[in-house]
Design a protein around this ligand. Structure first.
Ligand SMILES: Nc1ncnc2c1ncn2[C@@H]1O[C@H](COP(=O)(O)OP(=O)(O)O)[C@@H](O)[C@H]1O
Ligand SMILES: [Mg+2]
Length: 218
């Protein structure tokens, strides 16, 4: 496995935590691994400009040194839907710019792990969504599912939407196992209904623990 697009059933489901683990696993294979968080809201204003915690976590794990703007070209301060945040500062999110950055990053690395924002159909502007970003980068997709009440519907809808793009669903990851008392039954249900492989069963981890040892990338 090389470059991937990491999406999730929702915001706060573990996309960043799992992306960091995927970077770590690819590095164990001796690869130069870069990361991208192309669009981020909820950024902090620093003396260097707007900075997003996800982008910082990903680049901290990555072993290709890149300027921040290349990793996160669209950074918005309020923690709101990206297209609304973009409108508020009269910015248009352009997929062509993200693709240009991605190509530059790809040239300097063996693999690029790209984290989306929110879920699969989050709007980016009037006409495009996060799905169009994955299509424009032409990447296989990994879906992170937070195993909680409601996730079956969210996961199956997202799988359908990914399939409809023609992109490859590389696999899905069951995250936060054990947090919900029906975790095992939920995972069984998803396994029966999602044809793509489950690439990891990740339990609820301590803050310092990595999810890497729970993933099997093929
Ligand atoms: N398996 C896990 N065990 C414990 N905490 C987790 C796990 N997965 C995610 N988290 C925590 O949940 C929060 C949301 O995860 P994050 O990766 O930031 O989600 P997303 O990127 O989808 O918004 C973070 O504080 C993260 O450390
Ligand atoms: Mg995140």
């Amino acid at each position: 496995m090389n470059s991937v697009f990491v999406t999730g059933t929702d915001t706060d489901v573990g996309k960043t935590r799992i992306s960091v683990a995927i970077i770590e696993l690819l590095q164990r294979q001796g690869k130069r691994v870069a990361a991208m968080k192309p669009i981020a809201s909820g950024c902090e204003l620093t003396i260097d400009g707007l900075r997003n915690d996800d982008a910082l976590q990903l680049s901290q794990q990555a072993n290709v040194d890149l300027p921040y703007q290349l990793i996160n070209p669209y950074a918005f301060e309020p923690a709101i839907a990206p297209h609304i945040a973009a409108e508020q500062v009269e910015t248009a999110i352009k997929l062509a710019l993200i693709k240009q950055n991605f190509d530059l990053i790809q040239q300097q690395s063996d693999a690029v792990v790209v984290e989306g924002a929110g879920g699969w159909l989050v709007p980016l502007n009037q006409t495009e969504t996060m799905a169009d970003l994955a299509i424009s980068l032409d990447l296989p997709v990994i879906l992170v599912v937070d195993i909680r009440l409601g996730c079956i519907n969210h996961a199956l809808l997202t799988v359908k939407a990914i399939e409809s793009t023609g992109l490859k669903l590389q696999g899905w990851i069951a995250n936060n196992l054990g947090h919900n008392p029906e975790s095992i039954e939920i995972v069984e249900t998803l396994t029966q209904r999602i044809w793509a492989p489950c690439l990891g069963y990740v339990p609820r981890l301590e803050a310092h623990e990595s999810a890497a040892d729970y993933l099997v990338l093929n």
